[in-house]
Ligand binder design. Structure first.
Ligand code: C2E
Ligand code: SIN
Ligand code: SIN
Ligand code: FE
Ligand code: FE
Length: 642
């Protein structure tokens, strides 16, 4: 079939196909045109991007020769231009701590390498940390280099500060726990983990702080954390809590979140058990020292053994924490221990105790000179006189401590307690120390009794001697014995009215008895002369007060009695003898005695004259008021005599 044979329809179909083909080819021509432009555009964009990227970009051959570097890389390396860098090789700039081979192996194996850390030395000699991402395409390595120096420095700072913080947190001796708002422990330092024996944190949300500081019976109201939560206040509270017999001092600091809302607390806790124990020990020892001191003071301050031992027992009970105590004294004559004083008893259970040495527990303590201990009286009651009273006391523990002073047993201290008592060494040591003090108290009091007794005996002996002397003197120049006694009594009567102190009276009495002791030195021919004395005789007679002084001042215990014998002839107006003293220069006792002496002399017969009548004597004495005698004394004397 030729063209003419072709149908019209066929021709149309072919024509249309042709048209389609032309149209298609035109279209693909346009597409091709477009694609070429796009590529060109994207290449430009890419180059622009690469050239101006802030990331350093380079292309390098496998042998390390730079083919391309962008501006950012030039700047990163602190070079002036790309050409300068391109003269160098990769190894001149990068330092790879792992070695180039490591890098190349990695790159060859996978065709690319990501986030590879390297160092880079710049032209100026600065070292920078960089991160490299690279692709291997054929023989070319394309690399992207990021300067991470600042980030690395930051990381290092952070790392160091974290390490510091952790070190501090964990090496600090205080227990530190950080809690959320439900009291759960979210972080605990090593001290807290160790001392509180915490389970691993984060495994359970039931690790509440109060379980560890208080035990399970925590009173939430009392918890500082609870308080912080409920009041929302920034309260730091110091408390001391007991947990498993430990004293723990806890500081609680509230934590606030970014919006200043309560976010839990930080507990800083310190185990002060040992400090508390030491404080308690010091306090106890101070108390005991003070107790010993107060017993000392009682010993010094009182001569009454009952008062001293009462204080002693009070201290024994307080410092040793016991319920009752008693002291038995050793009667040195009968060698028996006799009840003396007790404290803390409900009955008179032991009041009639009387034990022979060696008998009973106390007797055994005294003989063996050691503490006898009975921890449980229920099992071991045989050392006691068991009365119903004693059983009702319900004592359980008992100690008998010998009271030893200067190597001698003075008595026994008995200590009773109504519950078991485990006397630790410190307690026993103090028991012994305080017992020593008790023994000293007894020794001191009995010694004082002994001394006082011998003092009284001595004193009596002195006075008997003095009275004997004065009687002998009376016999020498007085017609009848007993005048001196009478003068003495009258003197003391007036002295009492004039308010002379008791301790001076004893000396005054002796002085009165011995007032004319000096006449022992006056010869009989003068003293017993029946008539008046001539001047020489007078001169001698007037020396009798000085003779008294000579004789008596050598005798220690009579020195305080000297005023009367030495000064009884002084006169108020200063005309007396031996020294012519005047007024109140004359000792008061002598001023009193002078009146009594003249009264007595005139009322008595003398070898040189007869006794005067009473009325005349009194008138005479009144007439000498203000000259011979002190007026006030005369008045009191006349009052006393009438
Ligand atoms: P005496 O006999 O114990 O007398 C004590 C004092 O009483 C006398 O101290 C005097 O102040 C007073 N007194 C005693 N008798 C008389 C008296 O007859 N008249 C008056 N006015 N006062 C009298 P006085 O005077 O310092 O004498 C000291 C002592 O000297 C007397 O102690 C006595 O032992 C002795 N004495 C005094 N006068 C005589 C005397 O005339 N003959 C003798 N033998 N002895 C005399
Ligand atoms: C708490 O109750 O939150 C802790 C225990 C305490 O610190 O007392
Ligand atoms: C004395 O000196 O001992 C007694 C006489 C006086 O008090 O002057
Ligand atoms: Fe005289
Ligand atoms: Fe006299």
């Amino acid at each position: 079939m030729n063209d003419k044979n072709k149908t019209k329809q066929q021709l149309i179909t072919e024509l249309e196909q042709l048209r389609r083909e032309i149209s298609d080819s035109k279209a693909s021509e346009a597409e091709a045109m477009q694609a070429g432009e796009a590529l060109k555009y994207s290449e430009e964009t890419y180059r622009n991007l690469v050239d101006n990227s802030l990331v350093g970009i380079n292309k390098v051959t496998l042998s390390g020769t730079f083919i391309y570097v962008n501006e950012a890389f030039v700047q990163m390396c602190e070079f002036n231009s790309a050409e300068d860098i391109m003269k160098l090789r990769v190894m001149d700039i990068f330092i790879n701590p792992n070695g180039t081979k490591h890098f190349m192996d990695l790159l060859r194996n996978t065709g690319k390498i990501s986030n590879y850390e390297l160092k880079l030395v710049t032209k100026k000699g600065n070292t920078k940390s960089v991160l490299l991402n690279a692709n291997l395409e054929g023989e070319i390595i394309s690399g992207m280099v990021q300067d991470i120096t600042e980030r690395k420095q930051m990381e290092e700072l952070l790392f160091n500060s974290k390490r510091h913080w952790e070190n501090t947190f964990n090496t600090i001796n205080d227990m530190i726990t950080i809690h959320d708002s439900d009291f759960n422990i979210v972080l605990a330092n090593r001290a807290a983990q160790t001392h509180l024996n915490l389970p691993p944190l984060g495994m359970s949300d039931e690790v509440k702080c109060y379980q560890y500081y208080h035990g399970s019976d925590c009173q939430m109201e009392g918890c500082p954390a609870h308080k912080c939560k409920s009041t929302g206040k920034h309260a730091a509270v110091n408390i001391v809590e007991n947990h498993l017999d430990k004293s723990i001092e806890i500081r609680t600091i509230p934590r606030l979140d970014n919006n200043n809302n309560y976010a839990g607390v930080i507990h800083i806790a310190r185990d002060i058990t040992n400090i508390k124990k030491k404080e308690d020990t010091i306090e106890r020892q101070l108390g005991r020292l003070n107790a010993l001191r107060s017993i000392d003071r009682a010993i010094i301050g009182s001569l009454d053994m009952r008062i001293t031992l009462d204080i002693f027992l009070t201290q024994v009970m307080a410092q040793l924490n016991i319920d009752a105590a008693s002291v038995l004294l050793l009667n040195q004559k009968t060698h028996t221990l006799e009840y003396f004083i007790s404290k803390g008893f409900r009955s008179s259970a032991l009041k009639y105790t009387r034990l022979r040495l060696g008998e009973g527990n106390a007797g055994r303590a005294a003989v063996e000179r050691r503490i006898v201990t009975i921890p449980n009286l229920d099992e071991h009651i045989d050392g006691f006189v068991v009365s119903d009273n004693f059983i009702e006391e319900n004592f359980i523990a008992y100690f008998a401590v010998p009271l030893l002073a200067k190597g001698q047993v003075k008595g026994v201290l008995e200590v009773f307690h109504r519950s078991p008592l485990d006397g630790d060494p410190e307690w026993l040591e103090f028991l012994e120390a305080i017992a020593d003090q008790g023994a000293i108290a007894i020794d001191n009091a009995t010694m004082f009794d002994d001394i006082q007794r011998s003092n009284i005996e001595l004193s009596l002996a002195y006075d008997t001697t003095i009275e004997g002397w004065s009687r002998a003197m009376d016999l020498r120049d007085r017609e009848t014995e007993g005048h001196t006694q009478r003068v003495t009594e009258m003197t003391l009567r007036i002295a009492a009215v004039m308010g002379i102190k008791d301790e001076d009276i004893v000396h005054m009495r002796r002085g009165a008895l011995l007032h004319d002791m000096g006449k022992m030195g006056i010869p009989d021919r003068i003293l017993l002369k029946p008539g008046p004395l001539d001047p020489d005789e007078w001169k001698e007679m007037k020396r009798h007060p000085e003779y008294a002084y000579e004789m008596l001042h050598r005798i220690e215990y009579l020195r305080p009695a000297m005023d009367i014998p030495y000064c009884h002839h002084e006169k108020w107006d200063g005309t007396g003898y031996p020294r012519g003293l005047k007024g109140e220069d004359i000792p008061l006792t002598a001023r009193i005695f002078a009146v009594v002496d003249v009264w007595d002399a005139l009322s008595s017969d003398r070898p040189y004259r007869k006794a005067w009548p009473k009325q005349k004597v009194l008138e005479h004495i009144r007439s000498l008021s203000g000259t011979h005698f002190e007026p006030k004394v005369v008045d009191l004397f006349l009052e006393a005599i009438e």
